[in-house]
Design a protein around this ligand. Structure first.
Ligand SMILES: NC(=O)c1ccc[n+]([C@@H]2O[C@H](COP(=O)([O-])OP(=O)(O)OC[C@H]3O[C@@H](n4cnc5c(N)ncnc54)[C@H](O)[C@@H]3O)[C@@H](O)[C@H]2O)c1
Length: 422
């Protein structure tokens, strides 16, 4: 049955979700406080980058199935909350957006409607934050107003495909809520839909990202220990991973982005028992400083030196620098009096001093590979380093080939490569 659906927050998650529902014939309203996003939507345009989204939005807006508004609409069958859940300076969750979105629903919701939280949230957000607010409607929760958490797990760059094909978790406040919310998603999701409680659903999403974070922290700790103990961590990883039940991840200059680097803090805030998770966050957050200290020791000081950073985004082949560890490295280098040059073909408008591959190292004392963008495959190291003061490359990703670098007369230093002293 076609429904009227209000998606609250039409950003990276909300807009594709709204467009997908609209493409299945539902009448969808995208409600957002950002006038620019709403105006663009009503013109059938988008202000975010995501392959395939522009065409889809254009189509569903032209069909009259998706409209934007800056006022919370009344009487929809379904309200889906997809607003931001950032962290505060002290690493606690900033739940003001979820709270405001929930409050906006209260005067507008009708009996029998469904409210779904999609935003990534700390455990018990539905129970302890949303339900007390939704109670103000006077409806019997779980009977006259159905409520669930269904976390979004899409990968930027593949959002349209993953919205359709990923499995989905639906955690209702009771079975009736879960079953009705499952029916809502069945119209857009081809993957399996698992039913559980709201708090379990919150925990599932957080543990997915925490699993990655903790395992990366282990790899980073291995890199540090290897340098200390005279071992090459990359040899350890390669050989240990031959074991059928071992899969050590890769170390690097830290963990970035707006999910893996943030979500584990929601567990640290809520549970005294999240000790390993807390330590993993600290380990990963310590990597930029570890990299800076190493550059310092390679150069015998940072003041007045010039460092070229290859890649500053939080992962390869994207333009997003949010929470990027290499951006932290850049700040620390500058604070220590170093000059920083950048080569990042993806982060063009986001950083100053951004040069192409073959001029980025001019006058530089060290080249540091921070992000393994595809553009850095097959570079001519002789050409790249020809105007360097000091021909040395520090690879934090084990990405460039040592032999190729050394053949060009350049010293190659690898993160996590300790030298055994016999
Ligand atoms: N971006 C991703 O790849 C991704 C993936 C999985 C989960 N998530 C989670 O999804 C949630 C949303 O993330 P996003 O990346 O889409 O955020 P976003 O910043 O791109 O979009 C959020 C939108 O919500 C709007 N908004 C804020 N408060 C509002 C309110 N009270 N009423 C109406 N609109 C409001 C903002 O103006 C913005 O347009 C977060 O919890 C995030 O952690 C994001």
């Amino acid at each position: 049955m076609k429904k009227s659906i209000c998606v609250i927050g039409i950003g990276y998650v909300g807009l594709p979700t709204a467009a997908m529902f609209a493409s299945k014939g539902h009448k969808v309203i995208g409600y957002d406080l950002n006038q620019k996003a709403v105006d663009a939507l009503n013109k059938g345009e988008i202000i975010i980058e995501e392959p395939g989204l522009g065409e889809l939005v254009k189509q569903v807006v032209a069909d009259g199935n998706l409209v934007g508004t800056t006022e919370c609409p009344e009487g929809c069958d379904v309200y889906i909350i997809a607003v931001p859940t950032p962290i505060n300076e002290d690493k606690s969750a900033d739940m003001r957006f979820v709270e405001a979105a929930t409050r906006a629903i209260v005067p507008n919701v009708r009996k029998g409607a469904i409210v779904i939280l999609e935003s990534t949230s700390p455990p018990r957000t539905v129970q302890d934050l949303m339900l007390p607010i939704l109670k103000e409607t006077g409806f019997v929760l779980g009977e006259e107003l159905l409520v669930a958490h269904s976390p979004e797990r899409i990968l930027p760059g593949k959002v349209i495909e993953e919205l359709r094909t990923n499995s989905r978790i639906v955690g209702g406040i009771n079975e009736k809520s879960s079953l009705e919310v499952k029916k809502v998603y069945e119209s857009i999701v081809e993957g399996e839909i698992f039913i559980t409680t709201s708090t379990t659903a919150e925990m599932c999403k957080l543990m997915e990202n925490t699993f990655r974070d903790v395992n990366i922290a282990l790899a980073n700790e291995l890199a540090k220990m290897s340098e200390e103990l005279g071992v090459n961590c990359w040899d350890v990883i390669r050989m240990a991973n031959q074991h059928p039940r071992v899969n050590i991840l890769q170390p690097g200059p830290g963990v970035g982005g707006h999910c893996i680097a943030l979500d584990p803090w929601f567990l640290v805030e809520k549970s005294q028992n999240a000790k390993l998770i807390h330590q993993a966050r600290l380990n990963n957050d310590s990597m930029p400083k570890f990299v800076v200290d190493k550059i310092d020791s390679i150069l015998g000081g940072l003041k007045g030196k010039t460092v070229t950073l290859f890649g500053v985004t939080y992962k390869p082949n994207i333009d997003d620098v949010r929470e990027s560890p290499v951006m932290h490295i850049m700040d620390m280098l500058k604070e220590s009096g170093a000059n920083v040059r950048v080569c990042d073909p993806h982060a063009n408008e986001k950083v100053e001093n951004n040069f192409d591959i073959y001029s980025a190292c001019d006058g530089s004392d060290i080249a540091v590979l921070g992000v393994n963008h595809d553009q850095f495959i097959g570079v001519d190291f002789e050409k790249m380093t020809k105007n360097m003061n000091n021909k040395v490359i520090f690879d934090t990703r084990n990405f460039w080939n040592r032999e190729d670098v050394e053949k060009a007369g350049v010293e190659y230093i690898l993160l996590g490569e300790g030298k055994e002293e016999n």
